[in-house]
Write a protein that binds this ligand. Structure first.
Ligand code: PMP
Length: 298
């Protein structure tokens, strides 16, 4: 893994039990994927510049300034993948956290540690999922801001996803304190209604997902679908023609049942499938029009 600008064996990297990021959740991170393209014998990292841009934006919002520029972090990430000779799909996790071992959850001390590691990841292998609206409210933009990808905020996600699993669902959908649909625990959400694609605006307490942005571009440019960013009420979920999640880990995932109500005809809808095919093809480096999103490793 990369730790503080050095490639090290993972066994040489450690964190004290006193570490304040561990004790108080004072960190931010990214989740990036690279896709192996067999016919081109190449590994492509998807939208790495945008992920590191968001990493810096998260750090800036949280008083955890990332001590290295993207111009350093990107070559280090490439180096890490080459060093591990990765020739399959892989998930990359850069993380920056408060390195001090002091009590008090203050963010103003300047020791911000950065590590990058990679791992295989099969996130939710089912082709379509059943979800519930969570009894937990999404932490708001003025609480733990969801637009910063902070470690601490994943306690909110953890509570909702655990509750969903315990109740027999695959995942949870958060609503905001105002009752609008927000996002999943690690995914953005879209509905299809009358051949329009609708997703909640950032002001409904959600992360500005990079997959979300990609889907909006694909829908407009490749499928000529109108795309609206507008608040969605809970009951609009139940009457949607199609609903799907988007995210780096999950990809594009059809939601076929919400709170025991069947969505559409209970299987992946046509628009969801078209968007998924386009996205998977683009991310794997098979669509020349979108090569700009794909950074070759070798
Ligand atoms: N919302 C949350 C809370 C997330 O953790 C993620 C995963 N990063 C997303 C949305 C989707 O974002 P992206 O498409 O950039 O992975």
């Amino acid at each position: 893994m990369f730790d503080q600008g050095e490639i090290l064996d993972e066994s040489k990297v450690s964190v004290s039990i006193r570490n304040k990021a561990l004790n108080y959740g004072l960190g931010c991170f990214e989740g990036i994927r690279a896709f192996w393209n067999d016919s081109q014998n190449q590994l492509y990292i998807f939208r790495i510049y945008d992920h590191y841009k968001r990493f810096h934006e998260s750090g800036n919002a949280l008083h955890i300034p990332i001590p290295y520029t993207s111009m350093k972090l990107i070559p280090w990430t490439l180096q890490l993948l080459r060093k591990n000779n990765v020739r399959e799909d892989v998930y990359i996790r850069p993380i920056c956290f408060k390195g001090a071992n002091t009590l008090r959850p203050n963010l103003l001390d300047q020791y911000n540690r950065v590590s990058i590691y990679c791992t295989q990841l099969t996130y939710m292998p089912k082709p379509a999922i059943k979800v519930c609206v969570s009894s937990w409210t999404r932490s708001g933009n003025n609480m733990i801001p969801p637009q910063a990808k902070s470690t601490g905020n994943y306690l909110n996600s953890g509570l909702a996803s655990s509750e969903a699993r315990l109740n027999g669902f695959d995942e949870a959908i958060f609503i905001t304190d105002r009752g609008n649909v927000s996002e999943g625990t690690g995914e953005n959400i879209f509905i299809v209604k009358n051949n329009k694609l609708i997703t909640p605006p950032l002001s409904d307490h959600l992360l500005a997902g990079i997959t979300r942005d990609t889907v909006m571009q694909i829908a407009k440019n490749e499928l000529q679908l109108p795309v609206l960013e507008q608040s969605i009420a809970r009951t609009e979920l139940y009457s949607a023609d199609e609903v799907f999640f988007t995210g780096t880990a999950i990809g594009i995932k059809a939601i076929i049942n919400i709170d025991h109500r069947m969505i559409g005809n209970g299987s992946e809808g046509t628009i969801t499938r078209n968007i998924r095919f386009l996205y998977e093809n683009i991310a794997r480096g098979n669509n020349p029009k979108y090569f700009g999103f794909c950074t070759p490793v070798y």
